[in-house]
Design a protein around this ligand. Structure first.
Ligand SMILES: Cc1ncc(COP(=O)(O)O)c(C=O)c1O
Length: 393
């Protein structure tokens, strides 16, 4: 009989189980909302990136439905063949105006925006200088580009400077950081990195996936928040988090966007979004303009929840955003905390190595604008109870 050539996968899975970090996927019934039903249990949902509650906003729903009725459910081709619809171009124009750049290209996801951009603008003669905690899609883009990768310790601009000082002048250099770090919720060292990029003639790139819709005027992101317009060559954003729908985009100069139209492989070789996705994203940009109170509410909720966790004695790391980690140490401990919280009605995902360092496993929480005070107080009460039970506080 043929031996299973994939048997090593089961061995790896068994090892995850032995370490207490094997996960099953939690199943959501109904809508992605502040209170949702996962695995049949009604919980306060602190695990989604739905910062402003736009996944279920009536205007986005309506525009998506209208687009389906008018244009159908699919685009039928990649953008460069027959898959560029008027509504895709309208979304790109709207995003460029929002981000205050010359142009924007939309990708299928934030992941493909990062990976597709870095891999197409660099080649093996070039060098990337990258924060150690940058998102996986940046790391994969760097690897695909075959450029040399130099990693600096998290937010350490002095270390990045030392790397640059030792590099030869010739090769092209890309300095890259997340705007908001997705596991710690802290902000990239944008002002000092922009200055460094200017001093050493680097291309400056920021992945603002968790900042769009959250930081800056009307949610324009960390470039707006820090007043760095015109100093970042490549801005990446996602349409899948605060914007509530799906997709990613790159904002920058007309030449950058034209180049990506010609060379970015996910753009060239994968079908564009259904028109309903583009329509809902355009509607989201309207909502950011018309309902600034959503962002205010998000920040009020963030302040309330973070203060509550800190008062209870939890280690919330260095968060400066609605992403608040509760750092507990070992992976198995984080998973136990997450499971116990879930049993008591709070959904906050446990995150362990290799997503975060081995001794910094955590439960990651994200509040949204649509959580009520009662939801958040309930979550804090459950955290207090379970934290004591597991001797974390
Ligand atoms: C920092 C960062 N960049 C990019 C992405 C990818 O975005 P998307 O979910 O739209 O692919 C994520 C999402 O996990 C992220 O956290």
């Amino acid at each position: 009989m043929r031996t299973d050539p994939l048997s090593y996968l089961q061995t790896e899975l068994n090892s995850l189980k032995d370490q207490g970090i094997y996960r099953t996927l939690r199943e959501l019934s109904g809508e992605q909302a502040a209170r949702s039903t996962f695995d049949g249990r009604s919980v306060v949902n602190l695990s989604s990136n739905n910062y402003l509650g736009l996944t279920t906003h009536p205007k986005l729903r309506q525009k998506a439905i209208e687009a389906i009725e008018q244009f159908g459910v699919g685009s039928g081709a990649v953008r460069t063949i027959a898959g560029t619809m008027e509504i895709h171009m309208e979304l790109e124009r709207r995003l460029a105006a929002f981000k205050k750049t010359e142009a924007v290209v939309v990708f299928q996801s934030g992941f493909t925006a990062n990976a597709g951009t870095v891999s197409s603008i660099l080649s093996k003669e070039d060098i990337v200088i990258s924060d150690e905690l940058n998102h996986a899609s940046i790391i994969d883009g760097c690897r695909l580009s075959r450029a040399a990768i130099k990693v600096f310790p998290h937010k350490d601009t002095d270390a990045a400077r030392k790397i640059l000082q030792d590099l030869p002048a010739g090769p092209r250099k890309l300095l890259i950081t997340d705007g908001v770090f997705s596991m710690d919720g802290d902000l990239g060292a944008l002002p000092s990195l922009c200055a460094l990029a200017e001093e050493y003639g680097c291309i400056m790139m920021v992945d603002d996936a968790h900042a769009s819709g959250v930081f800056g005027a009307n949610g324009r992101g960390t470039i707006d928040h820090f007043g760095m317009h015109g100093r970042v060559d490549i801005q990446v954003g996602t349409l899948s988090k605060a914007i509530g729908s799906l997709g990613g985009y790159v904002a920058g100069s007309r030449a950058l966007i034209d180049f990506l139209y010609h060379r970015a492989r996910p753009f060239l070789f994968s079908t564009s979004h259904p028109p309903s996705v583009a329509a809902s994203c355009i509607a989201a940009l309207d909502v950011l303009q018309e309902e600034p109170q959503l962002i205010e509410r998000l920040w009020e909720n963030t302040r309330f929840f973070q203060a509550g966790l800190r008062q209870l004695g939890f280690n919330t790391g260095l968060s400066e955003s609605p992403i608040t980690p509760v750092i507990v140490g070992e992976g198995a401990r984080a998973m136990a905390l997450s499971d116990r919280l879930f049993q008591k009605g709070v959904f906050a995902m446990g995150i362990a190595f290799p997503t975060v360092a081995k001794d910094k496993a955590r439960v990651r929480t994200i509040v949204t604008a649509t959580h009520t005070r009662e939801d958040l107080q309930f979550a804090l009460d459950v955290f207090a109870q379970v934290g004591r039970e597991l001797a974390i506080i």
